[in-house]
Design a binder for this molecule. Sequence first.
Ligand SMILES: Nc1nc2c(ncn2[C@@H]2O[C@H](COP(=O)(O)OP(=O)(O)OP(=O)(O)O)[C@@H](O)[C@H]2O)c(=O)[nH]1
Length: 555
Amino acid sequence: MENEHSFIAAVLDTIGALVVVLDRNGRVIRFNRQCEKLTGYSAAEMIGRPIWERLLIPEELQPVRSTFDRLVAGNFPSEFENWWLTKNGARRMIAWSNTALLDADGEVEFVIATGIDVTERRQIEAALRDSEERFRMLFNNGNDAILVHPISPGEMPGKFIEANDLACRRLDYSREELQQLSPLDIDDAVSAVDIPKISRQIEVEGHALFESVHVARDGRKIPVEINAHRFELKGRPVVLSIARDITERKLAEAALRESEAKLREITSELGDGIYVLDRNGQLTFMNKAAEHLLGWTEAELLGQNAHEAFHYQKPDGSHVPVCDCPVYQSIHSGETYRILEDYFTCKDGTLFPVSFVAAPLHRGGEITGSVAAFQDITERKQAEARIHHMAHHDMLTGLPNRVLLADRLVLALAQARRYGRLLTLIFLDLDHFKQINDTLGHDVGDELLKAVAARLVECVREADTVARMGGDEFVILLPETAKAGDAEIVARKVIEAVNLPLMIGSHELHITTSVGIALYPRDGEETQTLMKNADTAMYRAKESGRNGYQLYSQI
Ligand SMILES: Nc1nc2c(ncn2[C@@H]2O[C@H](COP(=O)(O)OP(=O)(O)OP(=O)(O)O)[C@@H](O)[C@H]2O)c(=O)[nH]1
């Protein structure tokens, strides 16, 4: 018997479970080693004391006593859980399993309670319940449809095994109906993405982000962006797809595309080349007119540094640094610049003159880039050059007119003054030219004037100017004259050249001229004086019998 007692004690102390034996009044009879370890109380401290004296928490005192009373009365609730309070005040949740030993009268004599500490397990379960609850909430209350389907390598995706409320509402299927469908059934066949390709990507990379179109029960199409992730659910590879409705985004994109197309159309109709740079000076837009003028396509220059592409050099070949570019400056200063003349370079390397306006672009108070509108001003410049030429030249002979002569004379006088040089002004007027007009007609007169002009040009050097003052009057300016005698040499040469017979049509004509000479500084120091004096000398030559020259100094 003694042996048997110590054997039972040994067994009770060895097993991992908590074992407490109570008498019918709830006093502790046995308190095994596990109980001691867990509670911090020794068996000696516990034996003979009612179990509820130390180990129960106040809130559970009452329910535990009534459970015990029911047990003693013969109702054996086989299992229940309650907290134990350890010696150092910690709480442990114990799951009990109870039996009773009856005495000879069939009354309960002892209650044997076997317990396991389930504190951690219950905590984990509670945490799991909590997280599952949260997951459910997310699953069903988010703004995105969530669908889960199984996958197997190399096979088409399987039927959905999970779908949140929003997925059901959006596609107008019940959860059970969705479980009969797979991604292949709800993705629009026409606009659908390549499902096998996406499946492979998910298999290899674990996730994929792509756009697709879902089709609801009634055929309604919903553009979606799908964020798909592969994970294991109960040991099975599945794909969780979060489908965001991007209808608004697509509509906005379409509206943007349309307004951009309109912008392209309108801006190109205007004929101005237009391009847009972002904050970094990279090209984001270029209209048809700009493509046409520059020879580059928008596709070739998108994302490129526009300045280095077509605004980098001057006509003399020198480089224009980007910091000097008004389009870039407008991004940094926020100012609008109007440039009347600059040069852009075509794709083939040729330069053309442009005028342009560069203005900063703003969004939400921030400068987002710059827009430039430019015009090819080649024609304008040519017209300007023509007008300039016409204003300074004689239409009939192409010689400089009195305006250009006056300019050159002012310039030449300044030079002569500075370097102490002589300058010669020769006035000449054809003799009896009127007769040619009168006898042979104005047209022959015109041709004769042209021929005389050509001869006069032949008589002088390149640095000299032969101008037609009007009618049959010409002026020759020799800005550098070595000595006074040189003026007379030129005058004689001119007279001889004019004297040579001229063939105008079928007419052989003979004409002479009278020449007046004024020298700077001898005959005048100012433009007006020199002109007047040369003219006077010329009239004196006429009076002296024509076909000769007269120095003003010798009048
Ligand atoms: N064909 C032609 N004749 C012109 C032109 N401009 C002026 N004339 C004419 O040139 C003539 C100039 O005559 P003048 O210089 O006054 O007289 P002239 O007959 O040359 O006689 P002198 O000068 O006294 O020797 C006038 O008959 C003008 O009508 C022109 O562009 N073409």
